[in-house]
Design a protein around this ligand. Structure first.
Ligand code: AP5
Ligand code: ZN
Ligand code: ZN
Length: 213
């Protein structure tokens, strides 16, 4: 399947992605993860992206469209993919449509991780990640077996630089202004499925199964 995950910071996109990837498409493309890797490696792309990311603003459409265009060429992404965190502006959505049209394929579903802003600060400030795999934990909702350590590799977990209450406010503002219009864009095509993202991870997984079956 060809899927798009849209939702505010902390709504659970990254948490549900491994299951969706395993069961429906094998290819998970998260622009945030790719940009963070570029920042960590100090590549030219990372150097350009860092300032906007630290402030909770969006990186330019050209940069992210370029990353996605390149990543979608991977063999594992030919039969289907999850786009996590892309498109985030109507401009990016239009570019994506052009790219898909050339390949003669279409998006099957847009999963809208709908949730009130009020719940997100606790989710974001308690998050710990394993950068190499993208595995996500939460001190209260999904604690690792050993605090600060990845369950699978035993490697240390880190917190994201933009996961502070102050930067979260800016990320939410960016979401409402620039990304919510993308949901309307796909609603007009009749492919949006709204999830109750405030529910438990397991309940959200069940909703995803219902929508995609
Ligand atoms: P990105 O990495 O995409 O961040 P985001 O959209 O802010 O989303 P998050 O990763 O914070 O949230 P999530 O929904 O994945 O939450 P998670 O599942 O981890 O983007 C970062 C930055 O990169 C942007 O600000 C921008 O600068 C740039 N960027 C990226 N893409 C771009 C684009 N297309 N264009 C321009 N710029 C771009 O869950 C969060 C926590 O909650 C975890 O600890 C988890 O364990 C817990 N949790 C999850 N689900 C539940 C649940 N149901 N109940 C309780 N706890 C839960
Ligand atoms: Zn994420
Ligand atoms: Zn809004």
């Amino acid at each position: 399947k060809r899927l798009i995950l849209i939702g505010p910071p902390g709504s659970g996109k990254g948490t549900q992605s491994p299951m969706i990837k395993d069961e429906y498409c094998l290819c998970h493309l998260a622009t945030g993860d790719m940009l963070r890797a570029a920042v960590a490696a100090k590549t030219p792309l990372g150097i350009k992206a860092k300032e906007a990311m630290d402030k909770g603003e969006l990186v330019s459409d050209d940069l992210v469209v370029g990353i996605i265009d390149e990543a979608m060429k991977k063999p594992s992404c030919q039969k289907g993919f999850i786009l996590d965190g892309f498109p985030r502006t109507v401009g990016q959505a239009q570019k994506l449509d052009e790219m898909l049209e050339k390949q003669g394929v279409k998006i099957d579903k847009v999963l809208d991780f709908a949730i009130d802003d009020g719940i997100l600060e606790e989710r974001i400030t308690g998050r710990w990640i394993h950068p190499a795999s993208g595995r996500t934990y939460h001190t209260k909702f999904a604690p690792p077996k050993v605090p600060g350590v990845d369950d699978v590799t035993g490697e240390p977990l880190i917190q994201r630089k933009d996961d502070t209450a102050a930067v979260l406010r800016s990320r939410l503002d960016t979401f409402h202004k620039q990304t919510e219009p993308v949901i309307d864009y796909y609603s007009k095509k009749g492919i949006v499925a709204k999830l109750h993202a405030e529910k438990s991870p397991k309940e959200v997984t069940d909703e995803v199964h219902k929508v995609l079956s």
